[in-house]
Design a protein around this ligand. Structure first.
Ligand code: NAD
Length: 262
């Protein structure tokens, strides 16, 4: 057996007798919900996070995951808050026996031209879309390093993190930042067998996708970008979460129907 294939074989879905554990943020709806269900289908136990105002939706997701025969807990928290993120990851590790796959998915959209964007709107975009990512990556990495069995950290970038767009200066800046964070973390964490990647979707049919379309329409921005359902993203995350993806790190994978070529 080659060194590479033996390494894959060592890290199966069941590492040393335990089922791998994932945590997905912003999982009450949309892309996060779809990712959580897909990882459960893949055989992982899955903890789901969103704001405490969405705890009822989160509990429904937990039930759906349990119906698939997997363990699941809801860990409501505001992922912009340092101590809440730290506590969220500690709870997942304690209740589900560790953390192997961190999906930092939570995010917000701001459709506003530069000339109308206020400093407060800018700060809020940066806080929810980048500070939250830093905290999620950091505390997940800390937990994974302590466990000593490698791991997968996966974050939400966007086609808006690859190419600037009319009406999206703040949002684009946050999603470009996710790529910088992802690349740097990938370099730092490689020695711990932790890969760090991001997904960079085009327009996806979620509440945010609808808000984007409505925002573009109100600003009379004509876009011919193809639209797809969240499953096109969850299937990529499913692959990135798998042991066999160990040779892919620091990447932000485009999932955009050909709207933009890297
Ligand atoms: P969505 O608005 O449907 O869901 C996002 C979820 O994140 C919501 O449930 C929200 O409550 C949660 N959230 C927001 N702030 C939070 C916080 N501080 N703490 C915890 N949870 C919080 O959005 P979506 O379309 O599912 O997008 C998911 C991710 O994918 C986002 O990061 C988004 O920027 C990115 N993305 C979406 C699209 C798209 O077209 N939908 C395209 C590219 C990238």
């Amino acid at each position: 057996m080659s060194a590479a294939s033996s390494r894959v074989a060592q890290i199966a879905e069941h590492v040393g007798g335990h089922t791998r554990v994932a945590l997905v943020t912003g999982a009450a709806q949309g892309i996060g919900l779809c990712i959580a269900l897909r990882l459960a289908d893949d055989g992982l136990d899955v903890a789901v996070n969103d704001l405490s105002s969405k705890v009822d939706l989160l509990e429904e997701v937990v039930l759906k995951i349990r119906e698939k025969g997997r363990r699941s807990i809801a860990v409501p928290a505001d992922v912009t808050q340092d101590q809440q993120v730290k506590q969220m990851i500690a709870t997942v590790a304690e209740k589900l026996g560790g953390l192997d796959v961190m999906v930092a998915n939570a995010g917000i959209l701001l459709v506003k031209p530069l000339l109308e964007t206020t400093p407060d709107e800018w700060d809020r975009s940066m806080t929810v879309n980048t500070r939250s990512m830093m905290l999620s990556y950091k505390y997940a990495a800390e937990q994974m390093i302590a466990q000593g069995r490698g791991g997968r950290i996966i974050g939400a970038s966007s086609i808006a993190g690859k190419k600037g767009s009319i009406g999206l200066p703040a949002y684009c800046a946050t999603k470009f930042a996710v790529r910088g964070l992802t690349q740097s973390a990938a370099e730092e964490l490689a020695k711990h067998n932790i890969t760090v990647n991001a997904y960079a979707p085009g327009i996806i049919t979620t509440n945010m996708g609808a808000d984007l379309a409505a925002g573009f329409e109100s600003l009379r921005i004509d876009t011919a970008v193809p639209v797809a359902e969240p499953e096109v993203v969850s299937s990529v995350v499913s692959f990135l979460a798998k042991p066999e993806s160990y040779f892919i790190t620091g990447q932000s994978l485009s999932v955009n129907g050909g709207a933009y070529f890297d």
